[in-house]
Ligand binder design. Structure first.
Ligand code: NDP
Length: 419
């Protein structure tokens, strides 16, 4: 019996909302609030006869804390699910604190304007001190730990698949499979094909920023940064087959290094086809990935935002995408003095997702964990106050929920390791 405010109504939010509406016994009332209210209204209308969850909609600019506070005060939710963009994480956390409401999101904070001098000074200091140059990091949200704890509130960060489920897999491996973990390789494979020459599977701006940035990994207590796409491996994925994958920086490495401190190395690999990489390099070389506004015929245009307007909307890829995703973690370490390896992962089929929730698997594999994370908070399975990432909670009820609600785990106790 709960009332939840969802902010954002894009690809991931649509899946999370549809999945919440499959469980009206928990998600009794939902308010869908976003910048473009018509999208919220369209989804509410599509779900009207399919659920007993009572859905309302609202318009909100989530960059504006006062607007958020008014909305939260008027709706009085128990939980705010931030499924807008990482740019809005801090304003929504501020509003939740002001209103005494629990918070969750699916990606850690990064600023929309990376040229803001105040932000840039802090960023450059962090690059020097920590040794990785991604625009996003946990420091901004970890700075809210005491405030949430003192307010008796929970903020659950990064509860999608990666980050999110990958950290639950790590917590599960630590709880059940290993006394000590030596290495973690997170492997994210999308074997799907949408038939377009070039499109991104989730928000193009956030996605292209992430994959065009230098890669980095954690080894022996520090970060090692490498040029973008300069470490390539091939891996033969269950249900997908052999794929090229590249080492990327990824946000969960940062929290896992803190929360599983014995781990000697943590890496993250994502698969890309050659055509995707060639398109991306070309767009980068001509300046289309830039966030710095340019003056064009009297109008200011941000190149990456213009590119986003040209590219297919990720939410429209559902009907055209065929194939499977395979995302999981490979561990090495010891149990009872014996060396062991362990691989836990999920395989998800794009077309099955589309049939169920009218979305491709990338939004599905993010939206289902968001719903399951909300379920953990609302049903009292995860109660720790403060600001926490997924590996800090008991993985068992969360993985059980994922098994049941669309993302079942698979295990392999003799996996091929990544060189
Ligand atoms: P979309 O671009 O499809 O949707 C974003 C939504 O947020 C849109 O409805 C947009 O509104 C809304 N929004 C943007 N700015 C504002 C604002 N200022 N105020 C109110 N609403 C706003 O993104 P996705 O659904 O693909 O991604 C959602 C989140 O999920 C992102 O944070 C992304 O990084 C994360 N993600 C996490 C993954 C994981 O595994 N952890 C994997 C994939 C994504 P409008 O319609 O007006 O544009």
């Amino acid at each position: 019996m709960s009332r939840v405010l969802v902010i954002g109504c894009g690809g991931v939010a649509s899946v999370a909302i549809r999945k919440c509406c499959q469980h009206p016994e928990v998600f009794t009332e939902l308010c869908i609030a976003s910048r473009t209210k018509s999208k919220c209204d369209a989804l509410a209308a599509a779900l009207k006869d399919k659920t007993t969850t009572r859905i309302t909609t609202a318009q909100v600019n989530a960059d504006d804390v006062d607007q958020l506070i008014s909305l939260i005060r008027a709706y009085k939710p128990e939980l705010v699910m931030n499924i807008a963009l990482p740019y809005q994480d801090l304003t929504i956390m501020d509003a939740c604190l002001a209103c005494g409401v629990n918070y969750m999101d699916t990606a850690n904070y990064e600023p929309e304007d990376t040229d803001d001098p105040a932000w840039r000074a802090i960023y450059e200091k962090r690059c020097r001190e920590k040794g990785f140059s991604a625009y996003f990091d946990y420091s901004w949200q970890w700075a809210y730990r005491e405030k949430f704890e003192q307010a008796g509130l929970t903020a659950l960060l990064g509860c999608g698949f990666d980050p999110g489920v990958t950290q639950a897999y790590c917590a599960y491996a630590k709880k059940h499979e290993f006394d000590e973990i030596d290495t973690i390789d997170i492997l994210d494979c999308n074997g799907g094909d949408h038939g377009y020459p070039f499109a991104t599977n989730f928000n193009p701006e956030v996605n292209l920023r992430e994959v065009s940035a230098p890669g980095s990994y954690w080894e022996d207590g520090h970060w090692i940064e490498i040029p973008a796409m300069s470490i390539k491996r091939e891996y033969d994925f269950d249900a997908v087959g052999p794929k090229d994958m590249y080492l990327l920086h990824h946000e969960e490495i940062e929290s896992l290094a803190v929360n599983i401190p014995e781990v000697k190395r943590i890496r993250f690999f994502m698969t890309f086809g050659q055509s995707y990489l060639t398109h991306m390099k070309c767009l980068e070389n001509v300046g289309m990935l830039s966030t710095v506004p340019v003056l064009f015929e009297g109008h200011e245009i941000v190149p990456i935002k213009f590119l986003k307007a040209l590219l297919p909307d990720p939410a429209s890829l559902g009907p055209r995408t065929h194939g499977k995703t395979n995302i999981g973690c490979i561990f090495t370490g010891r149990k009872n003095g014996e060396e062991k390896t362990y691989y836990i992962y999920n395989v998800c089929d794009h077309q099955e997702c589309y049939r169920e929730v009218e979305s491709q698997a990338i939004s599905y594999t993010t939206g289902v964990p968001a719903m399951c994370g909300a379920l953990m908070l609302l049903t009292g399975k995860w109660t720790a106050k403060g600001v926490h990432t997924v590996e800090e909670f008991d993985p068992d009820p969360f993985l059980d929920a994922l098994d049941k609600y669309g993302l079942p785990r698979r295990e392999n106790r003799a996996p091929s390791l990544v060189e």
